[in-house]
Design a protein around this ligand. Structure first.
Ligand code: FAD
Ligand code: 2HG
Ligand code: ZN
Length: 477
């Protein structure tokens, strides 16, 4: 690990960790595996999922309670030590790893489920609970988590809240701004902020929890949350369809909204190049032939016969109108999983090419795919591939390019072109992954000067010493 990974960036005026600091943390967090300082043990905490960002922290702390988090932050704030909160480390914008030598505070051991109200569906848990574990736990109570994403086996609910993660169920259940009923966070000075409501309705004053949803670790550490869990649908079907153009993908979406209506729970698309990633890099097979575009439709409801009838009528109409060229429908859970894997594993498959240039944008749906086409033309053979896939129903495109290794020439052709393109259509340069370290300097492409200025004031008032996740989210001053 080298301290000069980012030679053009100036380290903030923070203290450097000393033996006395480490001894304090060892006393605070007794037992094995709670204070990690061995280089080989902390390498993973210094490197992000995409393996494109690397810090050189020398200390990882693993608290188990809110009080321990409070004592850690109080100490760091008093001793001017910078901190990076880390959950499952699946973030895609370099927000979860140190930039220089920030102390990593991992939520891995903050993993207790606290309570579940079966009737209202409010689940209260510590922030380090893995999303998939929560899903499995509440399935026994016929409930489900209002959020689902490919990283569910590793990401933490606290990380999901900190990034305001979207995922494939947003179309049905809305964003975490609605599903998180309350939370507890530790502020940079160690103070514990209790916003832990389990109520659906509570209009008493400013809704402070919203500030932490999507704050990417820059305002404090979320230690616990209350999640509104909907009833688990008893009938789920997935259709995987092939079609000839992106405009047909949108036509089918329009029809799906009308004909499937309340049972439509996901509408995702992949282009041919995305499915090729699955086939070439992950040796996966597609259940239907080759088509320029693929649509994944999920329906969920409470009556399988009713839903199947609706889905069949819809598909017959789509085939006879020539919108869908071929397709398959599955209802068995392992087959449903296999089809979802085709969509959810593209991100993993892309890494096998070498370096991945990753963009996650919101655009008016009609303009959506033009960006992929423009990028393909612009980059030509300088990249291995340009792929487009994503959450059509949410107007969220995932645009990815790959090359064997990082190329500054390719990067120069992508940025700022891609951000200017998105800005021209009033889109968002980060629909769901956040700004983190990689995208913070492009914030003005999506936010006004007045909005960024207020964000900076909020940051200063909550974190006057700037110790929480420095170099992230807000632009370089
Ligand atoms: P981390 O990566 O550890 O951290 C992310 C950010 O949150 C960092 O800035 C970190 O400092 C901060 N943070 C983490 N925990 C806390 C806490 N307790 N308090 C305060 N700050 C904290 N994202 C989507 O939105 N939709 C998707 O569909 C989606 N699919 C993905 C699929 C794959 C295969 C992968 C690898 C990633 C995907 N992501 C997706 C991105 C990522 O999984 C999400 O951003 C996720 O919410 C991050 O959770 P995490 O626990 O891994 O957080
Ligand atoms: C998804 O929807 C994730 O699969 C990851 O948000 C997207 O890696 C990507 O481009
Ligand atoms: Zn996504």
């Amino acid at each position: 690990l080298t301290k000069t990974r980012y030679p053009n960036l100036k380290r903030g005026p923070f203290s450097t960790l000393g033996d006395v600091d480490v001894q304090f943390f060892e006393r605070l967090l007794p037992g094995t595996g709670r204070v990690l300082a061995d280089a080989s043990e902390i390498e993973g905490y210094n490197t992000d999922w995409l393996r494109t960002c690397r810090g050189c922290s020398e200390l990882v702390l693993r608290p188990k309670t809110t009080e321990e988090v409070s004592a850690i932050l109080n100490y760091c704030n008093t001793h001017n030590l910078a901190v990076v909160p880390q959950g499952g480390n699946t973030g895609l914008v370099g927000g979860s790893v140190p930039v220089f030598d920030e102390v990593v505070v991992s939520t891995q051991l903050l993993n207790q489920i606290i309570s579940l109200d079966e009737l209202s569906g409010s689940l209260v848990c510590q922030s380090g609970c893995v999303l998939g574990t929560l899903e499995d736990y509440i399935a026994d109570y016929n409930l489900t988590i209002p959020l689902d994403l490919g990283a569910k086996g590793s990401c933490h609910i606290g990380g999901n809240i900190a990034t305001n993660a979207g995922g494939v169920r947003l179309l049905r259940y809305g964003s975490l701004h609605g599903s998180i009923l309350g939370l507890e966070a530790v502020l940079p000075n160690g103070e514990i902020l209790d916003c832990m409501s389990t109520l659906r309705k509570d209009n008493t004053g400013y809704d402070l929890k919203q500030l932490f949803i999507g704050s990417e670790g820059t305002l404090g550490i979320v230690t616990a949350a209350s999640v509104l869990c909907p009833q688990k649908p008893s009938a789920v079907s997935v259709a995987f369809l092939g079609c000839e153009s992106f405009s047909k993908v949108l036509d089918i979406y329009k029809q799906a909204k009308g004909m499937l209506a309340e049972i439509l729970s996901a509408y995702e698309f992949l282009d041919e190049a995305s499915v090729a990633v699955n086939k070439e890099n992950l040796k996966m097979t597609s259940p239907i032939g080759d088509f320029p575009f693929f649509v994944l439709i999920e329906t969920s409801g409470s009556n399988g016969d009713h839903d199947e009838e609706k889905l069949n009528t819809f598909l017959e109409a789509m085939m006879s109108d020539g919108l869908v060229l071929d397709g398959t429908v599955v209802t068995e859970s392992t087959k449903i999983k296999d089809i979802w894997s085709l969509r959810e594993r593209v991100a993993e498959g892309l890494l096998h090419d070498g370096y991945c240039y990753k963009y996650d944008v919101s655009l008016p749906q009609a303009k959506f795919y033009d960006l992929v086409l423009d990028m393909r033309e612009r980059l030509g053979s300088s990249v291995i591939r340009v792929v487009g896939y994503g959450h059509v129903g949410d107007g969220n495109l995932h645009l990815n390019m790959t090359s064997p290794t990082y190329s500054s020439e390719v990067m120069g052709n992508i940025e700022p072109f891609v951000y200017d393109w998105v800005s021209k259509y009033s889109g968002s340069i980060s629909a769901e992954h956040g700004l983190g370290f990689k995208k913070r300097n492009f914030i003005y492409h999506s936010k006004s000067k007045s909005a960024v200025s207020l964000m900076q004031q909020i940051k200063k008032s909550i974190d006057p010493n700037g110790i929480m996740n420095p170099y992230k989210v807000l632009p370089e001053e």
